[in-house]
Design a protein around this ligand. Structure first.
Ligand code: ZN
Ligand code: ZN
Ligand code: ZN
Length: 330
């Protein structure tokens, strides 16, 4: 049973999970013979579905789906748990409340974001949006993260395209840092810092990968690792789950194009994709702006120090963006 603990010095919350975090824990024999639990036809092994996109002539929990959402078999946190008020002032245990779900992004075992169509990606984004919308109704939950790891070097334990949704009863440090910085800048300037960055990246162009009226892909000014790339909507919006269908379609087009470029430029790199969206509450509506961070994991040294460590990035984002602009599949 996992639990949340608050560090007595920094106040940072961590999840102590006795089992390693994996999307699925299955006996090895189940996986032998190419029998991936996420492939179509193995719905019973993957688990009872929370949400699916399928044609109406197929039954719930059966085949005929494009995207399926199931509970994580080894959840780091559970909605059935409680967020306990800490009894000990120094060593604070906060219970194991939260949600941990797996989004199976395609019935096709060989699919990835560079081969899936923009429409396929739109269905994935739809599933993310619907699940976050639903979980936002649970007043105990304060923040929502989507994490997608691709390749063993990025920590993926299954090849089949999937992402994980984690809902937390607190705001994790990285999101809190972004939120505090964005709020401070908003207090100073009266406008969204993310929108200001987007405008400047479109105007300057040196870190621009691609853009249109609705969306943008660019390599951030202070990229932490080589080829870090952000995908955003150019229209201000704090919460991803408030995006319209048209908004999702536009983002899916940009994501599809960006992943194709990354796969060409870096030869199918292991990578992590993070969705950062506003925590619960009205306070961040005008200062926070949801975004997707794509973080290639090109070497052990490019491992991320999410805890605020200093990153040494050997590739300037301007060079990475130029390379990505030139990388199109023939
Ligand atoms: Zn599979
Ligand atoms: Zn904005
Ligand atoms: Zn972020």
């Amino acid at each position: 049973m996992s639990e949340l603990r608050r560090d007595p010095i920094t106040g940072r919350t961590v999840i102590i999970a006795p089992e390693r975090l994996r999307p699925m824990a299955l006996p090895l024999e189940t996986l032998r013979g190419g029998s991936c639990p996420f492939c179509e036809g193995r719905e019973a092994i993957a688990g009872r579905e929370i949400l699916a996109w399928r044609t109406p002539d197929h039954p719930h929990n059966g085949g005929g789906w494009r995207v399926r959402v199931v509970p994580n078999r080894e959840p780091a946190l559970r909605v059935e748990s409680h967020y306990a008020e800490p009894a000990d002032a120094l060593f604070q245990r906060l219970g194991g409340l939260g949600a941990h779900e797996v989004i199976i992004e395609s019935p096709d075992h060989g699919a990835n974001w560079s081969t899936m169509t923009a429409y396929d990606l739109r269905v994935v984004l739809w599933a993310w949006r619907e699940r976050i919308r639903d979980l936002r109704r649970d007043v105990r939950l304060k923040s929502f993260l989507i994490v997608k790891n691709v390749g063993a070097a990025a920590g993926a334990t299954l090849d089949h395209a999937h992402s994980q949704l984690v809902a937390l009863p607190f705001v994790p440090q990285h999101l809190e840092d972004e939120r505090a910085g964005a709020r401070a800048r908003h207090d100073d300037t009266g406008s969204c810092a993310f929108c200001a960055v987007v405008d400047e990246e479109v105007r300057g162009g040196s870190r621009l990968v691609s853009t249109d009226d609705n969306t943008i892909a660019f390599t951030p000014f202070a990229s932490r690792v080589p080829f870090e790339t952000w995908v955003m909507s150019r229209r201000h919006g704090a919460a991803f789950d408030e995006e319209t269908d048209e908004g999702l379609s536009a983002v899916a087009e940009r994501l599809s194009d960006t992943l194709r470029r990354l796969y060409v430029a870096l030869a199918a790199p292991p990578h992590t994709v993070l969705l950062h969206t506003a925590p619960v509450g009205e306070a961040d509506r005008s200062s926070y702006h949801w975004h997707l961070e794509i973080i290639p994991r090109l070497s052990a040294e490019s491992g991320l120090a999410w805890d605020g460590g200093i990153h040494v990035n050997p590739v300037a984002p301007e060079d990475a963006a130029r390379h990505l602009r030139d990388s199109r599949r023939p």
